[in-house]
Design a binder for this molecule. Structure first.
Ligand SMILES: Cc1cc2nc3c(=O)[nH]c(=O)nc-3n(C[C@H](O)[C@H](O)[C@H](O)COP(=O)(O)OP(=O)(O)OC[C@H]3O[C@@H](n4cnc5c(N)ncnc54)[C@H](O)[C@@H]3O)c2cc1C
Length: 312
């Protein structure tokens, strides 16, 4: 509803309630007043009342959208940390989620900067990124690489499922009818791995991924003894690249291991061609991202500035 209409509706109220008590305009205006006073439950009841009478009442529909935004539900937007986990409420905005994750792992900062623009970052949520179930969602591969779990609530109670496997296909998830995502729990132990995230898109700013790769590695005595490689944009869901991980595990992180990892990409990735990129481009881009990772962290990599975006 435009500000003028709100003012008109409130004016009508103040002018002595010339409207019928069940008039949709009156009920909608009362809902606006309730919302402004922070009485969300009453606002929701009023809006539901209007929509029961007139499901196509456009102002009430707009208000319903506002009221149902998970980012504005305090319980769903809560972020907390305890001894074992960083817990991100489903309504945590994308901006806040990246800030939290980057505070634990600065290696995620580059990817964080590449997620949409301020408007989307300030309103989009963690829950939305997950339930969208897009193979090119950018938070999802990071959460998979960090062994995160999704807390889901529904008519049958609460259950916890791994982010890895939460999406079962494009726009499909394991959510049952009536279930919502409440929270994502990120184990603090996963930050023991050094994790980096890479995104390829046609533009630097405000563009979705063509492909992405999130890599986490822990090394002892020169050997890789824990690793996660997660890829976006190469299958119908974000995938954990287990063949690539096997090629890396137990090896020294050097050029020979890089070649073995690159050779394994074909077992994990089944990219398609679309308007954004061809399948072979995606395949080569993923191998290139592994090479870039080696350039940045490999034992025998030449010291070189490989930041093609000029430090942005
Ligand atoms: C211009 C633009 C740029 C974008 N750039 C990127 C990008 O760079 N990277 C990226 O990953 N995405 C990007 N996106 C996609 C999108 O903004 C993000 O995926 C965002 O995280 C979605 O969150 P949302 O709260 O807006 O979800 P919504 O669109 O509101 O919801 C998506 C789906 O999830 C459901 N849903 C939401 N929350 C819950 C919950 N708690 N429980 C159950 N179901 C729920 C909704 O009902 C809906 O079906 C972009 C979008 C736009 C418009």
């Amino acid at each position: 509803m435009s500000m003028e209409k709100w003012a008109d509706a409130e004016g009508a109220l103040l002018d002595g309630l010339k409207l019928q008590p069940d008039d949709p305009e009156l009920l909608t205006a009362l809902a606006v007043v309730a919302l402004r006073r922070g009485e969300r439950t009453r606002a929701r009841a009023l809006v539901d009342d209007v929509l029961t009478r007139d499901p196509f009442h456009s102002e009430a529909q707009l208000l319903a959208g506002e009221l149902r935004q998970t980012a504005s539900v305090a319980e769903l937007a809560a972020v907390s940390t305890d001894a074992t986990h960083l817990r991100l409420g489903a309504g945590t905005t994308v901006d806040r989620a990246w800030a939290e994750l980057v505070s634990y792992e600065p290696g995620l900062a580059r990817m964080a900067r590449r997620f949409a623009g301020p408007a989307v970052r300030g309103t989009g949520t963690v829950g939305g990124n997950l339930v969208n179930a897009s193979p090119i969602a950018d938070l999802v591969p990071v959460l998979v690489a960090l062994d995160a779990e999704v807390v889901v609530a529904g008519p049958q109670g609460t259950r916890t499922v791994a982010v890895d496997g939460f999406a079962t296909g494009v726009r499909r998830t394991v959510l049952e009818a009536g279930e919502v995502v409440v929270r994502v729990d990120v184990p603090l132990a996963s930050f023991a791995r050094s994790t980096r995230a890479y995104k390829v898109s046609r533009r630097f700013d405000d563009d979705i991924s063509t492909v992405s790769a999130v890599v986490g590695i822990e090394q002892h005595g020169g050997r890789i003894d824990d690793v996660r490689v997660v890829l976006g944009g190469v299958a119908t869901t974000v995938v954990r690249a287990r063949a690539v991980e096997r090629a890396l595990l137990g090896r020294t992180w050097d050029a020979e291991t890089l070649r073995a990892a690159q050779a394994a990409v074909g077992s994990d990735a089944t990219p398609i061609s679309d308007h954004r990129a061809s399948a072979s481009y995606r395949d080569r881009a993923v191998r290139g991202l592994l090479q870039r990772w080696w350039y940045e962290t490999g034992h025998d990599a030449p010291t070189a500035d490989v930041d093609v975006w000029g430090g942005r």
